[in-house]
Design a protein around this ligand. Structure first.
Ligand code: AMP
Length: 289
């Protein structure tokens, strides 16, 4: 067993993998750093299911449609390394931009269709193309057997699935459950910027998602959406969207027989927060495939 290593270059990482893990199972956990227990849950699972795990930390400029959001994104590399140090089969890769986007660039673009037009796609133009591009290149450069993503970003998971299919990379994709604070707020690197009052006010998000879960048998999807918006507006957050859609296609649903998800994006103290709840009794990765 090996000790924990940090790489800042895919060539060194590739040499290391070829030397020690040739033919073995490699897991990839792409992140933008400022790691918290949500990220660590992905690493833990990847560490159990693979011989070797690569955690990438790269704040991807291509997925930020707002430049001040990019410059103010939290960067806590030393703390991130300390958090990952506990794993014996994990390495961190902290690549430079020109190594993630080499010339010529292996990404040829992917038509994300409807997924790029609704919810996050609608409010963050260019965001999902940026995500698709970076994840494609990370897959291409690290060649993992499987890759781990949080279902907190469920639309992002659908985008990556589509990119993976279209490009034929065929990496096994694992969607992992959302990790929350004990009060129910989905953990996010952005939460660090909230005041204590902001953290308290943000709980309206999970309260609304629970309201939707509890009332899905009482109303039609449209009526439930309207009731949920009313419920949310009793709090102090600025709502960007609340919608109930098919959890795979992100199209409108007619009834709750379909795999459905309620997604919310809202601002608290100028920090954009997103969360969702799958409207099924069992959170089943198989159903999202
Ligand atoms: P990020 O660093 O925000 O790009 O996130 C890296 C990965 O961690 C993504 O697959 C996210 O969906 C996942 N992730 C972020 N927050 C959580 C959370 N609270 N629970 C589970 N996964 C998460």
């Amino acid at each position: 067993m090996e000790t924990f290593r940090t790489f800042d270059d895919f060539d060194d990482l590739k040499t290391h993998v070829e030397e020690f893990y040739s033919g073995r199972k490699i897991g990839l956990v792409p992140t933008m750093g400022a790691l918290h227990i949500g990220h660590i849950s992905l690493v833990e699972r990847a560490s159990k299911e693979n011989d070797f795990v690569i955690v990438t930390i790269f704040v991807n400029p291509k997925q930020f449609n707002n430049k001040s959001d990019l410059s103010s994104y939290p960067r806590t590399i030393e703390r991130d390394k300390a958090l990952l140090n506990q794993f014996t089969n994990v390495a961190i890769c902290i690549p430079k931009e020109n190594s993630v986007y080499p010339e010529p660039d292996p990404y040829l673009g992917v038509d994300l269709g409807h997924l790029d037009e609704v919810l996050e796609g609608c409010y963050r133009p260019g965001h999902f193309q940026g995500v698709s591009h970076v994840v494609h290149n990370l897959f291409y450069l690290t060649n993992p057997s499987s890759a781990y993503f949080g279902l907190k970003d469920i639309q992002q998971f659908a985008v990556i699935k589509k990119m993976n299919e279209i490009t034929g990379l065929n990496i096994e994709l694992i969607g992992c459950p959302t990790i929350r604070s004990k009060e129910g707020l989905a953990l996010s690197s952005r939460n660090e910027k909230l005041s204590n009052e902001g953290l308290r006010q943000s709980l309206i998000i999970i309260k609304t998602l629970r309201f939707v879960e509890e009332n899905k048998t009482q109303y039609s999807p449209d009526d439930l959406k309207n009731k949920a918006i009313e419920f949310f507006q009793e709090g102090n957050l600025k709502l960007e969207y609340l919608d109930i859609v098919n959890a795979k296609t992100f199209k409108q649903i007619r009834n709750f027989e379909e795999p459905s998800v309620c997604c919310i994006a809202a601002y608290c103290e100028n920090i954009r927060l997103i969360d969702n709840v799958l409207l099924e009794s069992v959170l089943d990765n198989e159903k999202l495939k």
